[in-house]
Design a protein around this ligand. Structure first.
Ligand code: 13P
Length: 252
């Protein structure tokens, strides 16, 4: 049976005291041998402390972005080595908020994924179309371009070391979730596209869905054949909302 991943993206939320309470509540609600992989992607200032808070739990900790540079005069950037030094093991790259608000191109995102892998971090590469692109019928072309940039940069073997997160931009933070079938259709397209290059990698690559996932819709989404888990924004900010999604992941 496939193992689902439930990942919380805290975005720019949190405080030392609030994070402690949140992590303690999530840990208390998850059995040590829970049959689900749980991760939290936290703001850079909280990485080290969150790693400490999760030390006795199965919760993995990741950053929300990584620099393409190793070190140097890049004010405001965080290198992969620094993220590793904090004890984190993963990082998001190419979240739509970074692609949109910071103008990150697919090529820049692919270079970030490469930088992460080079530091031993697992990159979670976020892809997805805007509402305008969906309405124009270009969803598959958009995600194909985003994936091709990663394959061009890392090769298919490099992509195999990543996790993909399909997050339709129109479903992020809007309360509008893609229907399980809409999400499954894009996930199946992504998987078949990768399988056309390497059938084994296509079959094994973990593809998460993100965009208004909640306790009430997680089970239906995770039941779809090509949806291997979720990347959760708003509902990851309280244990009350996050734990039911983890439980749906356990039962998937
Ligand atoms: P929401 O779950 O708040 O829609 O956010 C999704 C997301 O962007 C996770 O990275």
């Amino acid at each position: 049976m496939r193992r689902v991943m439930v990942a919380g993206n805290w975005k720019m939320h949190g405080s030392f005291a609030g994070n402690r309470q949140l992590v303690e509540e999530i840990s208390a609600g998850l059995s040590a041998d829970a049959a689900v992989d749980v991760a939290v992607f936290v703001p850079a200032p909280y990485l080290a402390a969150t790693v400490e808070l999760t030390a006795n739990s199965a919760i993995a900790v990741g950053a929300q972005d990584v620099s393409v540079h190793e070190q140097g005069a890049f004010t405001g950037e965080t290198s992969g080595a620094m993220i590793t030094d904090c004890g984190a093991t993963m990082t998001l790259v190419g979240h739509s908020e970074r692609r949109t608000l910071h103008g990150e191109s697919s090529e820049a995102v692919a270079r970030k994924a490469e930088a992460a892998l080079g530091c031993g971090l697992t990159p979670v590469v976020c892809i997805g179309e805007t509402l305008e692109q969906r309405e124009a019928g270009t969803t598959e072309a958009v995600v194909a371009e985003q994936i091709d940039a990663v394959i061009d940069q890392l090769g298919i073997a490099g992509l195999a070391r990543c996790v993909l997160a399909y997050e339709p931009v129109w479903a992020i933070g809007t309360g509008v979730t893609a229907s399980p079938q809409q999400a499954q259709d894009v996930h199946a397209f992504i998987r078949s596209k990768i399988a056309a290059v390497d059938a084994t990698i296509g079959g094994q690559l973990r593809i998460l869905y993100g965009g208004s996932v909640k306790g009430s819709n997680a089970s239906e989404l995770f039941a779809m054949a090509d949806i291997d888990g979720g990347l959760i924004g708003g509902a990851s900010l309280s244990a009350e909302n996050f734990l039911p999604i983890c439980r749906a992941g356990e039962q998937a």
